[in-house]
Ligand binder design. Structure first.
Ligand code: DAT
Ligand code: MG
Length: 142
């Protein structure tokens, strides 16, 4: 059984720039399935739980400011090895060095005043995927 679920979030820059459809298009073109989706405003409390390993980093306040700067589109995406596969489709964290062909490489802009704005979040391992889906979609797992 290699079918997995991952949490994908189109971040405020991606939503504001009208790239939600482009992100979903790339997900679906790969053969993955969007099984839950909502437009929402992320709270500081949610982001603190979500980015639990980054809370102590000096740039954490910048992440919260960025991620609460506008609506986001949260999705649960299903597919064969989708956690790893979405990380490949997204590309690495910094859009400047993300390869062409990836979401971050093709669509992400340069660092914005020291802040990384990189269009999209995707869970990085099965444990975090399950944890993050529970945080962002409590109504699905309750
Ligand atoms: P990823 O989103 O590729 O999984 P991550 O989990 O290490 O990367 O970091 C989460 C987010 O935090 C990332 O998308 C952007 C921001 N971030 C990471 N490192 C940063 C840094 N050095 N300066 C500013 N923002 C950073
Ligand atoms: Mg991460």
């Amino acid at each position: 059984e290699t079918r997995q679920h991952t949490l994908i979030v189109v971040k405020p820059d991606g939503y504001a720039r009208g790239l939600t459809g482009e992100v979903i298009r790339r997900i679906e073109r790969k053969g993955y399935k969007v099984v839950a989706l909502k437009l929402m405003q992320a709270s500081k409390e949610l982001l603190t739980a979500h980015y639990t390993e980054l809370v102590e980093r000096p740039f954490f306040p910048d992440i919260v400011e960025y991620m609460t700067s506008g609506p986001v589109v949260a999705m649960v995406v299903e597919g064969d090895r989708v956690i790893e596969g979405m990380r490949v489709i997204m590309g690495p964290t910094d859009p400047t060095v993300a390869p062409a062909g990836t979401i971050r490489g093709d669509l992400g802009r340069d660092w914005n005043s020291g802040n990384i704005e990189n269009i999209v979040h995707g869970s990085d391992c099965p444990e975090n995927a399950e944890r993050e889906i529970g945080l962002w979609f409590p109504e699905l797992t309750a």
